[in-house]
Every structure is written in C-alpha cells, then in structure tokens.
Design a binder for this molecule. Structure first.
Ligand code: SF4
Length: 281
C-alpha cells in the first residue's frame, strides 16, 4: 500500500489525543487495509504526541493507533474506534518519527509508548514498530486492554519493556456491560505476562457508579498482587474531556451527566490497592 492513497491535511503530530480526527484513511482500499494488517508494514495512526509523562516512565513519545473492538461506555477517544479514521503510515515512517527523539528520550530516561484505540488490533504493525524502537535502544511500552495479547509471540513480548494493562472491572457481567466483551482474555494475558516476568503497570479508570464497587476493586487488587509483576497501579479518575467527541460523532453517550470522582474516592480506591501490597498512584 502506498502512502499516496491519502495525503493527510493534518500533521501526524497532535497536541494531544483529545484532538478529534476522522476519515484520515478513508481513501485506502479495503484490500490494502487487509494487506497492511496482515504484514504490519503499514499501520493506521490517530497521531503522535510528545512530552507525555503519564504513559510510562519518563517523558514519552506516544503513537496513538486507530481501531478498537471494545465499546467502553467511558471511552475518551471514540474517534479511535474506526481504523479508517487513522492516517496510513509505514513502519519506516513511524520509526523515522521516533528516531527524531532517540537521543532526547535516552537522556531523559523516557521512551516510546504505543497506545490507542487498541494497538493490538494492528499487532503485526505493533510488533514491527517495537522491534524498530528496541534497535534504536529506546524503552518501549504498550498500552493495551489485553484482549489480543495472544497475538504476540513470546519473542515479541521481549521487545516490550513495559505493558500498561488497562483493566476495566473485575466482575464479568459488569465488564460486559461496560465494554461489550468478556474480561477472560485480559485475565489470561495478565497471567501470561506474569509467567514471563514482563513488567506491568495496571491502569484502572475510576468512574463513579460504574467501576467503584469496592468488592470488585478488592478482587482486582488481590489478583494483581498475586501476579508478582505488577510494579504499580495507576488509578485514573474519569473525566469528560472526550465528551465532545461522542457528540461530534453522533454516538449516544450514557455518561454525559457523570461527574469525575472526588479526591477522597480516588484516595480510598488507591488504599484498596495498597492494602493488597501494591504501589498505587
Ligand atoms: S479499550 Fe480503550 S479505546 Fe477501546 S473502547 Fe475501551 S477505552 Fe476506548
């Protein structure tokens, strides 16, 4: 597939992933999309952002992929659900973007994070990009819901220095209500990462009335603590920065009236993870 199919009017670099981006890959024929997914020579990216400090250790360059098979009620970036909303980018070009920051990232103890969307919807592209980043000596992190973790080989897992595992909620029924799918594949991936001793940061979005059941949180905390490879837990307070995207895309948004959690609830939830022996921030 040639990158000349679409000439994005938008730069690949964005100020933040909260920029609404749609139809950037609309002109790409379906057969080319399939080839890109099978080979991983080309991927679809919402954007690159630089300077993030919350998506792994140090200052990060983050590539945001498009495509996600889940439909989380609180998703902050529903424009990343559809693959063709992303810009078609070759692995060489994406690696070239990364190379610009190679020295700076090393000096600042930062690295590269692949997020989304769900990056493992494009697992061949992800594997190639991580391999390229490791060749440059750059620390790598994958931000994933874990559903397609089994698409990566053990060798490919070794090219990922840190997995930011997004765990939505423990109770399978609530998980299905929240995301549309079962959480068993995510649990299986978490166990596999533990067996292979791959470092994990658990990410948990706290949404009042949706993910704040304390029995669920305690079960998740105990599970995470039992794995032995979870280095820290990020409790991420729900916010409404993505609300305008739901409205702009015309997707019914059931959390329009939901307030972010107050600090005392965030602290209480961190306390549950800490009580299980985990470092929670
Ligand atoms: S897994 Fe992430 S990108 Fe996909 S719907 Fe959920 S929050 Fe959105």
């Amino acid at each position: 597939m040639s990158e000349t199919h679409t000439v994005p009017k938008m730069p690949l670099e964005a100020k933040s992933p909260f920029e609404l981006r749609v139809s950037l890959g609309k002109g790409v024929p379906e057969t080319d999309v399939r080839t890109a997914l099978a080979t991983g020579d080309m991927g679809f990216l919402h954007s690159f952002t630089t300077g993030a400090t919350v998506d792994g250790p140090g200052v990060r360059v983050v590539a945001w992929t498009t495509g996600c098979m889940w439909r989380c009620l609180y998703c902050h970036n529903p424009d990343t659900w559809t693959m063709s909303n992303g810009m078609p980018v070759s692995v060489a070009k994406a690696a070239g973007e990364l190379r610009k920051y190679q020295q700076g990232l090393k000096i600042m103890g930062g690295g590269f994070t692949l997020s989304g969307g769900e990056p493992l919807m494009q697992h061949r592209f992800a594997a190639k990009l991580f391999s390229a980043a490791k060749t440059m000596g750059i620390h790598t992190a994958l931000d994933t819901n874990g559903f397609y973790g089994d698409k990566l080989s053990d060798d490919e897992l070794e090219t990922i220095d840190l997995v930011l595992l997004d765990f939505k909620t423990w109770n399978p029924e609530r998980h299905k209500h929240l995301t549309g799918v079962d959480n068993a594949p995510t649990l299986a991936f978490a166990r596999r990462l533990a067996e292979r001793k791959r470092p994990v940061w658990l990410r948990f979005v706290l949404v009042p009335g949706l993910t704040d059941d304390f029995d669920d949180i305690a079960n998740l905390a105990n599970f995470a603590a039992s794995l032995g490879n979870v280095e820290r837990v990020d409790v991420l307070p729900f916010h409404q920065m993505g609300k305008y995207k739901w409205q702009a895309l015309g997707i019914p948004y059931s959390l329009a009236e939901t307030d972010p959690p107050d600090q005392s609830l965030v602290e209480k939830v961190c306390g549950v993870f800490r009580a299980a022996g985990l470092k929670a921030l």
